[in-house]
Ligand binder design. Sequence first.
Ligand code: SF4
Length: 341
Amino acid sequence: MSDAVVSAEPMLEVSGLTVDFLTDDGLLHAVDHVTFGIARGETVGIVGESGSGKSVMSMAIMGLLPKSARVTGSVKFRGQELLGASERDLQRIRGSEIAMVFQDALASLNPVHTVGAQVAEAVAIHQELKGSELRNAAIALLDVVGIANPSARFEQYPHEFSGGMRQRAMIAMAIANDPAVLIADEPTTALDVTIQAQVLEVLERIQQRTSTSIMLITHDLGVVAGVADSVMVMYAGSQVERGSVEEIFYESRHPYTKGLLASLPRMDRRVDKSDRLHQIEGQPPSLVFLPTGCAFHPRCPFAETPGACDGEVPALQVVGDGHYSACHFPDRIGSDEGMKS
Ligand code: SF4
């Protein structure tokens, strides 16, 4: 968890954010009334399987979705509404105030330019530096993200960097203008566990220096464990649980979160060849043809069907101080009782 000072001052406030796409099969509900905030210096983990809406949500926040997307609700940065803002305002905010790190660093870096030139370009977009000043600023950024011998690395091309170093270079570009909010979308997915930990450490270090607010998007609940202050779990475009990292890990009140937790490898358990990690049975639903009632009911070991679970969409309800669950029976979800093994 971050040691940066988390202030109550909200940097980013998302409320009722909804994103639909019109497809040949009908309306695709990518994000459905998602509400959360990120305070200054806070790290919020956004967790869910692929197709849960987390990446579409981050693109909506950045104003990067295609025109075919229908985006409603509200996204405020320092109190300023971003939905419907002019492209000029959004361009000013993107990169300098809210920056993004994507999963695929190799695809995001240009192979024909040196890494240094690309980091320098990111600096020059919002700062009037030139020549040696610009070069020194870029080298300093490579140093901040832990790239050894940054002056020599400045001259190298992306293919001369390892996967972990490319991701560090992407982070250097994202923090080039000290953004207030950093959105990291699966920043460690393509990396092995040791490099993952190093990249997360870089993010934490940056946060401690500048009290950046970080939105860490991942399919892996394990990634947020040591890094996030709070966690939002998404399923089929909706938030199903939200709370502090302790509440999510030790007092989860939603069967989907419980399933994600059960699938994490445990250091305190011996694993032999026949031991398989718990998997949540079934597949996420089509976002065009969502199941009736609770979208998770076909996979939920606690589901009451026919009944409340396939009859009514569960509202997000308070289950503790700052802890919310979108389940009809959050009080039954305190134990592993009913979980399929
Ligand atoms: Fe499971 Fe029903 Fe809760 Fe949905 S509402 S998570 S189906 S128990």
